[in-house]
Design a protein around this ligand. Structure first.
Ligand SMILES: [Zn+2]
Length: 337
C-alpha cells in the first residue's frame, strides 16, 4: 500500500483543505441502473482497481445493497478499511444526505426510504456518505475537474433525466431538504409536453434521452433522407443520443437541428437559473454532451439571448472534464466535502 504523504501537496490540490487530517484514498461507488462501478480514488484523483458488478436494480433494495457490500469486500481482500478516508456512494435518486437515506429511486424496484448509510455502517466502520448522482457529478468537477480553477458553477448532467448541481464559492448548494438543483424540472412552457415528474414543459421533457428520441422520430417524417435512418437500419426504436451525434458528425441536417433545438430549450431554462444565481459558468456532462460544439454553442447562444444582458454577457459553457470517470470520482468527492 502506497502511503500518501501531505508533504509537497499544494493548497490547490483536491485534498488541500483536508491537510489537517491524514490524507488517505477513498472508496468511490457509482450505483447505476445496470452496473455498480467501484474504484479506489487517490488524493490526486486517479482511480485504481476499477471494476463493476451488476446492480440487480429490478430485484429489491436488499439485493442492491448486497452487491455494494460485495464490491467493498472485494476491495478489502487486499487492503484494510483503515487505509481509507471513507466510502462515497452516488445513486440516481432522491437522497436525505444527513441521514444517508435514499427516499426514492424511480429506476430501482421498491426503493422507498432505504437507509443505505445505516445498513452499510453495520458492516463497514468508516465514514460513509451518499448523495444523488447529479450532486456527485458537480462535486467531482469541483474537486477533480474544472473546480481547480473555477469555484462557482452550475453542472448539468444529460441522460435519461436532466440533473443539476449548483456550486457556489466551492460549496454544493443542497437546499433545506436536499432537493436544490433540480434544474431538469424548471418548466419553460406550462402547456408543454408532459414530464415524468407530472408537470408540463420541464427542461427534461425536451432534453432527456427519451424525449429527444421522440422528437427525432416525429421529425423524420419531414426529413426522410436523414442519415439517422441508415444508422439504425430502419429500426427507429434503436435511436439513441449516440445515433444523433454520429449523424451530426456526417453533417446530417436533422441531427444538427435536433442538437441545436435541444441546446436552445436548455438555454431558455438555464436562463432562469442564471438570472437568479448570477453564476457565469455552466458545465455540461453526460450522454449527449459528447456531441460537442453544436449542442454546447446552441446552449450558450440561447442562454445569452434569454438571460438578463448584464449577467449573461460573459458567461461560458464548457463540456465536463471528468467524462466516464465522473461517477466514481464524484462519489468519492462526498468524503471531501
Ligand atoms: Zn419534470
Amino acid at each position: 500500500m502506497k502511503d500518501f504523504k501531505t508533504k509537497g501537496l499544494s493548497r490547490s490540490d483536491a485534498f488541500g483543505k483536508k491537510l489537517m487530517r491524514k490524507i488517505k484514498p477513498i472508496i468511490g461507488i457509482d450505483v447505476g441502473g445496470t452496473n455498480i462501478k467501484f474504484g479506489i480514488v487517490t488524493p490526486k484523483g486517479q482511480i485504481l482497481n476499477e471494476f463493476s458488478l451488476p446492480t440487480y436494480a429490478n430485484q429489491n433494495p436488499k439485493k442492491v445493497l448486497e452487491q455494494v457490500a460485495l464490491g467493498i469486500n472485494k476491495i478489502l481482500e487486499r487492503k484494510s478499511l483503515d487505509q481509507f478516508s471513507g466510502i462515497g456512494i452516488g445513486i440516481p435518486g432522491k437522497v436525505d444526505v444527513k441521514k444517508g437515506i435514499v427516499t426514492s429511486a424511480p429506476n430501482f424496484t421498491d426503493w422507498d426510504k432505504v437507509n443505505v448509510k445505516k445498513h452499510l455502517s453495520k458492516k463497514f466502520r468508516t465514514q460513509i456518505e451518499i448523495d444523488n448522482d447529479a450532486n456527485c457529478a458537480a462535486l467531482g468537477e469541483l474537486h477533480f475537474g474544472i473546480g481547480k480553477k473555477i469555484k462557482s458553477f452550475i453542472m448539468i448532467t444529460l441522460g435519461t433525466g436532466v440533473g443539476g448541481g449548483i456550486i457556489i464559492d466551492g460549496k454544493l448548494i443542497r437546499g433545506e431538504s436536499g432537493g436544490a438543483g433540480e434544474i431538469g424540472h424548471v418548466s419553460i412552457d406550462y402547456q408543454g409536453p408532459l414530464c415524468r415528474c407530472g408537470q408540463h414543459g420541464c427542461i427534461e421533457a425536451y432534453a432527456g434521452n427519451a424525449y429527444i428520441k421522440k422528437r427525432t422520430i416525429q421529425k423524420l417524417q419531414e426529413y426522410s433522407e436523414s442519415k439517422i435512418i441508415d444508422i439504425v437500419e430502419n429500426d427507429l426504436d434503436k435511436i439513441e443520443p449516440k445515433t444523433i451525434f454520429e449523424a451530426s458528425l456526417e453533417g446530417d441536417e436533422l441531427a444538427n437541428k435536433i442538437l441545436s433545438d435541444t441546446g436552445r430549450y436548455l438555454g431558455i431554462g438555464l436562463a432562469s437559473v442564471i438570472n437568479i444565481l448570477d453564476i457565469k459558468t455552466f458545465i455540461i456532462g453526460g450522454g449527449i454532451s459528447a456531441a460537442g460544439s453544436t449542442l454546447l454553442n446552441s446552449i450558450e447562444s440561447s442562454l445569452k439571448k434569454h438571460g438578463i444582458k448584464e449577467i449573461v454577457k460573459d458567461l461560458k459553457v464548457y463540456p465536463a472534464k471528468l467524462k466516464n470517470q465522473a461517477g466514481i470520482l464524484g462519489a468519492a468527492s462526498l468524503i471531501l466535502n
